[in-house]
Design a protein around this ligand. Structure first.
Ligand code: NAP
Length: 376
């Protein structure tokens, strides 16, 4: 008999696998369930996480279950049976790093289109999950890993608001805290960072980049005093901080996800998260058993914070998200995808999310094959 909250990880790819390993080394979860379409493979990952955690002195309760998010009825039944306290979805038709595996020339062409054009392949399974959550009448908290800065806005417009997202701006905050503490010569915990920023900012933060930066708000406080200017917070934000390429950074995302999950079952904690309250971009938040809300930000109104992130959508290639959840893409990125992949999508009404995800994936795979790149 286990006590403590039940966590369901939906989709066990690279990010889900790292989240599983980190969760297995936490003492607060009662039961961790990893759900995937491939039970044998997931069972082996679960065994590895269990034994690794045990070798480290933990005694996690972890199990694997069959989960195909395309089957909404079966997902609703599973939610009903497990009654999870938290669902973390890391399921997507394809990850952010797959196009980065292309040879340099086509990779650069697609990179110029930005990230927003890939929205359907990141959004479609979260949409299906949220429909299943509603169908099950489940009160579970749902955290979205795939592109929450935009996905959560669309889901909210459809009446399917998840609790929040994970990662993204919360991957920038530790970098700033670490550099600011070093500059001040104080402990990291003595430095308090407040950041309002969109997913689109992240590409400018770890490696030097050309081109305009999205707007953001940054405030660094030490010993009750605003030291943002003293430590030159804007320079710290852009200070090169190389990270390994590809999915290795999922340890960073997973750290963010695990801390947010812990707060949801513990006590109100001031953290950062993308997509709270179905809002665009990311914010300082208060996360606790009551949910995740945007926290008050000294020096910035809630409206101004939302405006920063609304304006940032354009830097991810998104012109607007309309009241009915239709996403309007900017002409330049839509044009690149049309030229390169033969995929023309200027508007994405909610009813087209699933077929567009299939089309984009098919066209991308054909494109990758042309370059002799067997990405899968
Ligand atoms: N918020 C952040 O900071 C952040 C950071 C990193 C990644 N991400 C995003 O998180 C997502 C996952 O990234 P990743 O690198 O882990 O991708 P990945 O390795 O491709 O994993 C995605 C998983 O989704 C699963 N999946 C696909 N269709 C499914 C279905 N119908 N039902 C259940 N599961 C299904 C796949 O599992 P099977 O094919 O094995 O069933 C696959 O393993 C992507 O959208 C990525 O861009 C977000």
């Amino acid at each position: 008999m286990t006590t403590g909250p039940t966590i369901l990880i939906a989709g066990l790819g690279d990010l889900g696998g790292v989240c599983l390993e980190l969760l297995a080394r936490e003492r607060w979860p009662g039961r961790i369930v990893a759900g995937s379409r491939h039970l044998a493979r997931t069972g082996a990952r679960v065994n590895l996480a269990r034994l690794g955690a045990m070798a480290q002195g933990y005694r996690p309760s972890i199990e694997a279950v069959s989960l195909d998010l395309d089957d909404e009825d079966a997902t609703a039944e599973l939610l009903d049976r497990l009654s999870p306290d938290i669902v973390l979805t890391t399921a997507a038709r394809q990850s952010w790093w797959t196009p980065e595996q292309l040879p340099p020339a086509p990779r650069a062409k697609l990179a110029a289109a930005g990230f927003g054009v890939w929205l359907p392949i990141h959004l479609v399974l979260s949409l299906k999950l949220m429909r299943a959550v509603r169908a099950a009448g489940s009160a579970t908290r749902v955290l979205i890993a795939p592109f929450p800065d935009v996905a959560n806005c669309v889901l909210a417009r459809l009446g399917l608001e998840p609790t929040a997202g994970v990662g993204n701006l919360d991957e920038i905050v530790p970098k700033i805290a670490s550099l600011a503490a070093a500059r001040l010569g104080v402990a990291v915990d003595a430095v308090d960072v407040s950041l309002v920023a969109h997913h689109a900012l992240e590409t400018h933060v770890f490696e030097p980049t050309a081109g305009p930066m999205p707007p953001y708000f940054l405030r660094i406080v030490y010993a009750g005093t605003d030291v943002t200017g003293t430590v030159d917070g804007d320079a710290l934000l852009r200070h090169p901080y190389p990270l390994p390429p590809g999915p290795a950074i999922h340890f960073l995302t997973s750290g963010s996800a695990v801390r947010l999950m812990r707060a949801l079952v513990d006590a109100d904690t001031r953290l950062h998260a993308p997509g709270p309250e179905g809002l665009p971009g990311g914010y300082p938040v208060l996360a606790g058993p009551g949910g995740v809300r945007v926290a008050p930000i000294d020096g910035l109104s809630r409206e101004a914070a939302i405006d920063i992130n609304e304006r940032s959508h354009a830097f991810d290639g998104i012109e607007a998200i309309e009241a009915d959840g239709t996403v309007v893409f900017r002409p330049e990125p839509a044009g690149i995808m049309a030229r390169e992949l033969g995929y023309r999508c200027d508007r994405l009404p909610p009813s087209e999310i699933a077929p567009r995800a299939d089309e984009l994936l098919t066209r991308f795979r054909a494109y990758a094959d042309r370059y002799g790149n067997g990405v899968d």
